[in-house]
Design a protein around this ligand. Structure first.
Ligand SMILES: [Zn+2]
Length: 307
């Protein structure tokens, strides 16, 4: 399974427009609320020493006093019969230091938190983080500039002036591994840590298919022409709101060259080298991203395939 995928919650989207149901669940003692402070989820203190910390899903009455009026509260979905919400508590100093959360846990940056918790909790973090981030950045209507307000339990914002509706966005990004026989192409982004190489990636542009984006990005970043493009898997990537679309692409030659704009260096690596890299080894002075990134899984799937 790829991290951030596999969200265990039933999104129960039909309930979002039922404001009396949402309001009653929001204060129901059996419901759970994940406080998010400046996009960092709460992880529980007593679990921090355990092998795998747990998400700070708390009873509504514990977190209610932390949010200012109008702070985004998102209905994430149902876990069985239990309604689960995410609440933005960013408007004050770190709420884990005192008040009702004191001693319960810590707010941990979303990427680090996701690598510490279970896959199930990581997927909930992806949803909560992407949603709250979107609300924080869409307080004003892009059409007329007037304030917008949260409706439908967080899945829509409505402009009070021109009545335009705004929906949470997900930006598609292609991430692809060009291959030629027993070698695959990896690149080092200009801002990557020393020795880090990954699959090449880029945003899908308006009016473009996934396959076209894969071909264009490989040509732009590595001067590589590819023939067949095949889909591998997708990954929600809440930094801030991408959907990573993993693909393989058959290269027509190994004549690759980094663009020196986004990519500093490209390299073909042999399958035997790739097998070592995905086990966390540094080989030939290079390493690849850890399992939180879909790039890791693309390289792994190819490295472990027969041909
Ligand atoms: Zn407007």
């Amino acid at each position: 399974m790829i991290p951030f995928a596999g969200n265990p919650l039933n999104r129960a989207s039909e309930k979002r427009t039922d404001s009396s149901w949402i309001e009653s669940k929001r204060h129901d003692p059996s419901s759970l609320v994940l406080p998010m402070w400046r996009l960092a989820p709460l992880l529980l203190e007593q679990k921090l020493t355990a092998e795998q910390p747990e998400l700070g899903l708390l009873r509504p009455d514990i977190v209610d006093s932390l949010a200012s009026a109008g702070a985004p509260c998102i209905f994430l979905g149902l876990d069985g019969d239990v309604a689960v919400f995410a609440l933005d508590v960013s408007d004050r100093a770190d709420p884990s230091k005192d008040g009702p959360l004191a001693g319960l846990g810590h707010f941990v940056e979303a990427r680090a938190a996701a690598q510490a918790v279970s896959m199930r909790d990581a997927a909930i973090i992806a949803q909560a983080k992407a949603m709250i981030d979107w609300h924080q950045r869409h307080g004003f209507c892009p059409r007329c500039g007037a304030p917008t307000k949260l409706v439908d339990a967080g899945y829509r914002r409505l402009c009070g002036e021109c009545k335009a509706e705004h929906f949470p966005r997900t930006d598609p990004v292609v991430i692809m591994l060009a291959t030629d026989g027993d070698a695959c192409l990896v690149g080092r982004g200009k801002h990557f840590p020393r020795g880090m190489f990954s699959a090449l990636a880029g945003f899908v542009e308006p009016g473009e298919t996934i396959e076209e984006a894969v071909r264009r990005e490989l040509m732009e970043e590595a001067s590589i022409k590819v023939s067949e493009v095949t889909y591998y898997a997708t990954q929600p990537w809440p930094f801030p709101s991408s959907l990573m679309i993993g693909c393989f692409a058959k290269a027509e030659s190994r004549d690759a060259k980094a663009d020196d704009i986004e990519i500093a260096e490209v390299r073909w690596i042999e399958r035997s080298v790739a097998r070592g890299l995905i086990n966390g080894k540094r080989m030939d002075g290079i390493m690849v991203p850890p399992p939180i990134a879909i790039a890791h899984h693309l390289i792994k799937a190819w490295a472990l395939s027969e041909k």
